[in-house]
Write a protein that binds this ligand. Sequence first.
Ligand code: MRU
Length: 340
Amino acid sequence: MRTIDWVDDHIELIDQTKLPGELVIRKVTTLDDLIDDIQRLAVRGAPALGVAGAMGVALIAQGNPDRATLESEAQRLANARPTAVNLSWGVKKTMEKADGGFPALLEEALKIRDDDIASCYSMGQYGADLMDELLDTDTYRIMTICNTGGLACVERGTALGVIQTLFERGKLEEALPVETRPLLQGARLTAWELTNMGAPFRLICDSAGPFLLSRGAAQAVFIGADRIAANGDSANKIGSFSLSLGAKAAGIPFIVVAPESTIDYSTATGADIPIEDRGSEEVANFHGVRTAPEGTQAINPAFDVTPTSNITAIVTDRRVIRVDRGETPQTTPLGEIRAK
Ligand code: MRU
């Protein structure tokens, strides 16, 4: 099943706010609804946001707006969430075909969807091979954060896609997803995907992650990314930075997995990456239940930035960037997209 797709004349997407309780497919026919779905995380995860951006442009164009309206509405879509560069990348890449009207824009959006699927298989191959290169054991225990699986892409996933490839190769001893407060993407979504896969896993609290790494619970940490700066600093779900410190203290690899579209060469370092703050209510409530006193103010950054000094490697669909050897996205040549 695809997380997001174009069906007839509209977008269909899995409403991720309803998982794991219910599998609900939403029909999205207007830009306002798509922006709302992005902002309330019905559709989420950097690559899926890239596809949502691309298909959103097709949705706008279908209404036959004049060029100025198409451009301003596309910009409104690109601004729906600030950190994952894939959203604005998907909008911008699709808008390059604007002269061809709706048919050309839809064709480009569908190509972005298909490329995303292929890139996930490729990252799985590069990432699983890297584990064999880095570690001298038959099976692996891997810690991960947030949801970087098929739900964060169109199918399959980035960091969780590597874990799936290891599982399919008979090399996954155990996955250890952290719950991922405040919205529990690890517990609600990653645990759901691992269950459906039939892969061995145990769920852990966010705060247990670094301690468990210090006790040898995992041999590596794999995370996704929402934006990778030109120097390799990587923004991902809040809690990634703590895991990178834990991995560094434990002396184990910390690996970022993301498609090339997540690399933002116009952002020099992690300090320049905009970090979304999602406000107090998400922290002070959960699923409609108040968990902190009325009026509690919270700081709620949705993402953090892991500096290159804590990263072993960045795995993309076209290469492995050995950050631990001083390589950066700017210095490492592109390779081939690898097949399943
Ligand atoms: O706020 P979210 O759920 O959109 O955050 C998603 C993440 O942080 C993912 O790890 C990232 O987008 C990579 S997804 C393959």
